[in-house]
Design a protein around this ligand. Structure first.
Ligand SMILES: [Zn+2]
Length: 418
């Protein structure tokens, strides 16, 4: 199907018509095209998520590649990077190719497999990083996310291994002694009062500090997943000024939601790292605006009810994110970032950092037709039942938020429209 998208506003404010033929943007109206009226809408390059948990293989009751990429399309995403902590873990070339094939079969968004850094996420021996890279999956990003890679020597070796092909090591920064398995609440007056294990900001900052020094020593690239603290941001800012190749990501939930939500022990709000206080939220918001934080990553983490219906300390950490990510970014920083800034933090920068060809590209002739049409003014109350995800751990349920995504197009095909 060929398309004419008429009267859309580009991120720079220009009003234009876009022409799509055979999955690619072209410079004149193709024959037999269907017209999409985009008057009053903004067109952005399709969003790219560097941090998605699709749960397949192993926990298809919580999410599948099919359902997760449908949720992605509803959120305006045309590419998602699939975290390696599935069952089994994505730690071989064969498993990475399997994820790639599942994504191609589903077809709702590009699925980019992330390889584990260590075998089985155990943090003991490196996984076959080079083989994963040389496979059909062409893995360029590696992470043990869910676990922090604590062994500094292993981290150093991983950085050295990926350097020749410009690979990226993405770290879940959580010192496992300072914030152990029982740490589930931002360490504060609230954690004390609620009797929940404290997760202090320094547990993040010390790992970020160690890793940027290892990145400097090896000349390789490190990415900080879901940064959540003012201290962590300060370290990244210092490292960038020093010329170290570090990038950082923030989640929508850390930008919008706070520690006080834990007062009712609702496990929907249990996430790792935990929701922080307003001082930290303001620090990460400012860092996203000034570019110290490069990207928004959703950390979309679907969980089945049987994994959330527990005492707070025993419930699984994680919350949904794909469908409301753009809404939350518009809500907390839309004015300061502008459309160009939003396109950069949610599409251009993640595609560049993760090395995903054909995504995060300018909306120009010759480029793949990966785009999202956005209504800049619509709002709605979030209803967690209205979701393509198989899970319902949506922390925004009941909130009045922007409701921007009108149409998502992936390789010239409409993957979501309303
Ligand atoms: Zn993580």
């Amino acid at each position: 199907m060929n398309h004419i998208i008429s009267g859309a506003m580009l991120p720079d404010g220009t009003i234009t018509d876009l022409f799509v033929a055979d999955g690619v943007l072209v410079d004149e109206a193709p024959s037999g095209a269907q017209t999409i009226d985009a008057q009053g809408l903004v067109v952005l390059p399709g969003l790219v998520d560097m941090h998605t948990h699709l749960r397949e293989p192993g926990r298809e009751d919580a999410e599948t590649v099919e359902s997760g990429t449908l949720a992605a399309a509803r959120g305006g995403f045309t590419a998602v990077c699939a975290m390696a902590n599935t069952q089994p873990v994505t730690d071989t070339a064969e498993k990475a190719e399997h994820i790639l094939d599942l994504g191609e079969q589903a077809g709702h968004a590009q699925v980019v497999p992330i390889g584990a850094i260590s075998e089985g996420l155990k943090g003991e021996r490196l996984a076959e990083l080079a083989l994963m890279h040389r496979s059909r999956a062409n893995v360029r990003m590696f992470s043990d996310d869910g676990m922090c890679l604590m062994d500094a020597q292993l981290m150093r070796r991983a950085l050295e291994w990926v350097k020749p092909f410009g690979g990226l090591i993405a770290q879940h920064s959580q010192d496992s002694q300072l914030a152990g398995p029982g740490a589930c609440c931002h360490e504060s007056e609230i954690s004390g009062r609620l009797g929940l294990g404290g997760w202090p900001p320094v547990a993040e900052a010390v790992i970020v500090a160690r890793d940027v020094m290892l990145a400097e020593a090896t000349g390789s690239r490190v990415h900080v997943c879901h940064i959540s603290t003012a201290e962590g941001v300060d370290v990244v800012r210092w490292a960038k000024r020093r010329g170290i190749q570090v990038t950082a990501e923030v989640t929508p939930h850390h930008l919008l939601l706070g520690t006080e939500l834990l007062e009712g022990y609702d496990t929907t709000f249990k996430v790792n790292p935990p929701l922080r206080t307003s001082e930290h939220r303001e620090a990460i918001r400012e860092a996203l605006i000034d570019g110290t934080i490069d990207v928004v990553g959703t950390d979309h983490a679907p969980h089945a009810p049987q994994d959330k219906d527990h005492a707070f300390v025993d419930a699984r950490p994680g919350m949904l994110g794909l469908e409301q990510a753009l809404a939350v970014v518009m809500e907390v920083a839309g004015e300061e970032l502008g459309w160009g800034g939003i396109a950069d933090r949610m599409s251009v920068a993640p595609a560049r950092i993760a090395g995903i060809a054909g995504q995060g590209r300018p909306l120009a002739p010759g480029e793949p037709a990966n785009l999202v049409l956005v209504d800049p003014s619509a709002r709605a109350v979030v209803d967690k039942r209205e979701s393509a995800s198989l899970s319902r751990n949506n922390p925004y349920d009941g909130l009045d938020l922007p409701d921007p995504v009108r149409l998502t197009m992936y390789r010239g095909r409409i993957t979501h429209q309303r």
